[in-house]
Design a protein around this ligand. Structure first.
Ligand code: IMP
Ligand code: MG
Length: 181
């Protein structure tokens, strides 16, 4: 079991397993009806996934444009999840096919807000791609169009995802199971 920052981490999805799935996801997107894609990476958690995914898009014959948006959700796990737009994209989305990239779809509040924002600005289509789907936690009426893996109902870290700003650098997705004695 890897030990990082004096914590034991149980690996849920290894680097190799993630890489293989990302290649498959890119091929699924290439076969979809989406054209002339603008991807929007939802910061911060999705930046590692987005970086690998857009290169897999290239290998699958796609040539996406890339944008970043920063959204915060307060009390996402509670009834009253308040969503705030912290940093907007620069591009005009009117008539565009958008692919929103997120690390985890949990309550769905963040993705529902972002999807509706892009549709209200005149996007043609808005697809959602998430590395992990914690579907048992869903509250909002939204599902991802492309899913890497179903995620167990545990707090995961690594591959861009953090707990208290730590562990984003891990090349795999795992769960902190305890401290080294
Ligand atoms: P929601 O779908 O609006 O509830 O927001 C999900 C967001 O919360 C994700 O994009 C992550 O940034 C964060 N999140 C949810 N579950 C986890 C987890 O297990 N580890 C790290 N971040 C998480
Ligand atoms: Mg996120």
């Amino acid at each position: 079991m890897p030990i990082v920052r004096d914590k034991k981490i149980e690996v849920l999805f290894s680097e190799e397993v993630i890489a293989k799935r990302i290649t498959e996801l890119a091929e699924e997107v290439a076969l979809s009806e989406l054209r002339n894609i603008l991807v929007i990476s939802v910061l911060k958690g999705s930046f590692v996934f987005a970086a690998d995914l857009i290169r897999a898009f290239h290998r699958a014959g796609l040539a996406p444009e890339v944008e970043f948006i920063s959204i915060s959700s307060y009390g996402a796990g509670t009834e009253a999840g308040e969503i705030r737009l912290l940093r907007d994209i620069d591009s005009d989305v009117k008539g565009r096919d958008i692919v929103l990239i997120d690390d985890i779809l949990e309550s769905g509040n963040t993705m529902k807000y972002t999807r509706e924002l892009m549709l209200s600005r005149g996007a043609n289509r808005v697809a959602v791609i998430t590395l992990l789907d914690k579907s048992v936690r869903r509250k909002a009426d939204i599902e991802a169009d492309f899913i890497g893996f179903e995620c167990p109902d545990q707090f995961v870290v690594g591959y861009g995802m953090d707990v208290g700003h730590a562990f984003r650098e891990l090349p795999f997705v795992g769960v902190v199971t305890g401290s080294v004695e």
